[in-house]
Structures are given as C-alpha cells and as structure tokens.
Design a protein around this ligand. Sequence first.
Ligand SMILES: [Zn+2]
Length: 369
Amino acid sequence: MKSVRGIVLSSLLLLSGCAVAFSKNVGESEQDSSLPVIAQDGEVVGIAEISATSVQELVDQFYQNLVQETDEYLVVKDFSSKEELVNHLSKYAQREFAEKQVNSLYEEESGQLRLIAQETKQPLQETEEVTLNKISDTEYVATQGNETDLLGVQTVEMVFVYENNKWLISDSKSYPDLADDYMSTLALINKRYFLPSDYVPVELVEPNVPFTFEENLPKKLMVQEAALALEELFSAAKKDGIDLLAVSGYRSYDDQTSIFAWNSNLHGEEEANQFSARPGHSEHQSGLAMDVSSKSVSYALIEEFGETMEGIWIAEHSADYGFIIRYPEGKEEITGYTYEPWHLRFVGKEAAKEIWREEITLEEYLGEM
Ligand SMILES: [Zn+2]
C-alpha cells in the first residue's frame, strides 16, 4: 500500500510541474513580454533566432503564467475572467492554444475566475533533450521523448510560429510510444486529476462480451488487460445465472466535450458537474472503465440497477476480477460523483480486493483525498 502511494504521487507530481509552483508565479506574472527568442541584441532584424533553450524558456513562461495564484477558495487573485487571462497568455502563445489551456483549468463564476483543476502537464521537460525541426522560416516543431509513471513513454510535439515579431506556442500534441503499452491501472482520474486532451490509450481492444448495441463503435473498446478481465467477470456472472450487458467503455476527449456540453445545456453547468465529467476528467478516456447494465432495468444506467440481482452480484464479485464500483453510495464527498452502481473501473485484483474489503474509494486507497 505504501509503495503504491509513492508511485502514484510521484507520477502526479511529474504531471503537475505547474501545480508545485504556485507561489513562485506571483511576481513572474507581471514580467514584461520581451522573450528570449527575440534577437538577443534587442534589435529585431528579420526573424529572431529560435533555439532549443529559447523554446524551453517560452514554454516555461507560458505554463508558469497559466497556473495563477489563488486564494483559499481557489479564486484567482490577478484575473477575473478567462478572457483576461487568455489576453495575458497571448504574449507566449497563439490565442486558440491559450484558450484551450485556460478552459481546461478554470471556470468563471459570478465575476470571478476559479481554478477547477490544479494539475496540468507542462509538455517539455527541462531534464530531457529537445529536437528542433524547421518547417518554414516562421514555423518550427520541437520534439521531445519523455516519460511519466502515469502515462508511460510519450513523444511530445510542440509547434512554434513567428508572429508579430515574436515566437509563439501554436500547438502541443503528445503520442504514446507504441512500443510501450504501459498505463498505470491505478491512474487516478477525477475532478482534480485529468488526462491530456490528446491522450489515447495504446492497444484498445473490444472485449468479447454482449453489448446493448450492435454497431462497431469506439465505446466498445477497453485497454487489453481490462478487456480480458471484463470477459472473465461476465463469464463468471453467466455461470451464476446473471446476465450482464456492457453499455459504454472508451470515450475520447472530443466525445466527452460534446457530452458535457449537452448535459450542461440540459441541466445547467453546476448540476451537470455532479454526474457528468468535464472533458479530460472522465475515466472512460483511460480505457479502464465500462458501464454495465441489465435487462431488469431496461439496460439503463440508473441507480435502481444497484438493487437488481445483477447489480448486487456486481457489487459482491467484481473485485475478484480486478474491478471496483468507482462511485459508491455515500462517498459522493470523496469521489465528487453521485452513486453509480453501473460504472466499473479496472484497478487490478490486488487493489480491487482491498478497496472492496475496506469499503473505501480509489481516492482513499491512494491516500489522495
Ligand atoms: Zn461510466
């Protein structure tokens, strides 16, 4: 248990280079915008030089300014709207890129800007080498291979463009290393910890279990280890006379965006937040989750499923196959979500059994509350 906690915490720190730099940012956000990428003698003659070092500095400045100092209620001190902060960040990045990052970290509430997620991933790590590739006189791509416990080995690509006499961050992407199919089965994904928008699990496969629909949709997929465990779970249920159906597994970042927008529209953002994940905050993006249901509740994802024969069987036996009921009843304060007896999350047998035995949540198991 102790060692598990250590691994997960260090991976979260790696992912959250910015979160540990809260107090450091105060003064720096007031710095002027002259960037080291502009010609060093102060004269702008043609296009300024770009180097691996200057690219790293630009990225550092952007991310240091992205994570703003907040008060005890997580209200940002120096900016009161997303637009103000985006304007500020436009010194370092193209507007669209800045908007995307600000939207994933903050929300506006009665004239205040509030931090909703404290972790973000600074794409280029100082400790690793950066390779610069020239696309044109005004566009470069910086590439770096880096590794985190949570996401494994990844290749990060950042695009830089020359605009209005300075270099700006234009885009950032990361690709999992295909030779490395490692993704921690204990990854914590919730309202605080989230996955990058471009994160796609390596090796998504379709578990051989009955689904509530026929079409070949991405939501049939899970990462291989979880898919095999789900097959075992379903066949054990079958032996006990329990007919389960799979409803929804993998969900991409873009699908989460449309689903959250749809729910916000229908229920208002505050209510939607109680049951619907913001983009990047859904466990379904990890390929480790599957929603299940049964005929007795007309295959719906509703609380009543927990009272059915199938729901009771799931609660009793899923840990034997490495799954937990991720959002148990009465743990809303810890998980941030209302009771979902249908949402199974694969964490591996050892963790699942301890979580089941102790009647705790993944947050409590990992010591992250
Ligand atoms: Zn779910």
